[in-house]
Design a protein around this ligand. Structure first.
Ligand SMILES: Nc1ncnc2c1ncn2[C@@H]1O[C@H](COP(=O)(O)OP(=O)(O)OP(=O)(O)O)[C@@H](O)[C@H]1O
Ligand SMILES: O=C(O)C1=C[C@@H](O)[C@@H](O)[C@H](O)C1
Ligand SMILES: [Mg+2]
Length: 172
């Protein structure tokens, strides 16, 4: 068994990594950390500012450093950013240092769940749905590559998904 004391949530924007991760941490009585929020806290800047000032590559550099650091901790629930799987270094750390859960969501659900929040820089364009389709084509194989479990979120409440993950993790 891998280091079962860490649970890492991966998946696309709107899959529910942040929301479900908080509930899961409450159930399992573990610390919750969100890599996006932690980056914002440390830089003092919202993610869309980091994208504006440093470009996506600048953001990915910062994201890689924080994933490296946070996956070295013990006993955490980590909600990652939707693009954390792009870099192979991140995939290596996530797969090697905890149980990886891929939270699946349909494109329609992603569109619906991200519609009102204007803070996701990659979706601030005229056709966020096409962007989400393109990202999913590119990333779905990467999420699957490192996932220990794939969990559907479409037809389930946040609470139900969190309970399901807690059971999966405790089985090990
Ligand atoms: N299973 C669910 N059922 C209904 N609403 C959900 C569900 N999961 C998440 N949501 C809602 O969808 C929105 C986006 O969720 P959240 O921010 O947790 O996604 P995320 O995976 O962390 O996205 P990002 O990669 O952009 O950080 C939130 O408003 C949340 O309440
Ligand atoms: O899917 C992505 O590439 C992103 C998802 C968010 O969690 C943030 O990490 C950022 O908006 C980029
Ligand atoms: Mg999130």
């Amino acid at each position: 068994m891998k280091n079962k004391r860490n649970v890492f949530l991966v998946g696309p924007m709107g899959a529910g990594k942040t929301t479900i991760g908080k509930q899961l941490a409450d159930i399992l009585k573990l610390e919750f950390i969100d890599s996006d929020q932690e980056l914002e806290r440390r830089t003092g800047a919202p993610i869309d500012w980091i994208f504006d000032l440093e470009g996506e590559e600048g953001f990915r550099e910062r994201e890689q450093k924080i994933i490296e650091e946070l996956t070295s901790e013990q006993g955490i629930i980590l909600a990652t950013g939707g693009g954390a799987v792009i870099r192979s270094e991140n995939r290596l750390h996530l797969a090697g240092r905890g149980v990886v859960i891929y939270l699946e969501a349909s494109i329609n659900q992603q569109v619906e769940r991200t519609r009102r929040d204007k803070r996701r820089p990659l979706l601030q364009n005229d056709d966020p749905e096409s962007t989400l389709v393109g990202l999913m084509d590119e990333r779905d194989p990467l999420y699957r590559e490192i996932a220990d479990y794939v969990v559907a979120t479409n037809d389930n409440t946040v609470k139900a998904v969190a309970n399901q993950i807690a059971e999966l993790v405790q089985q090990n």
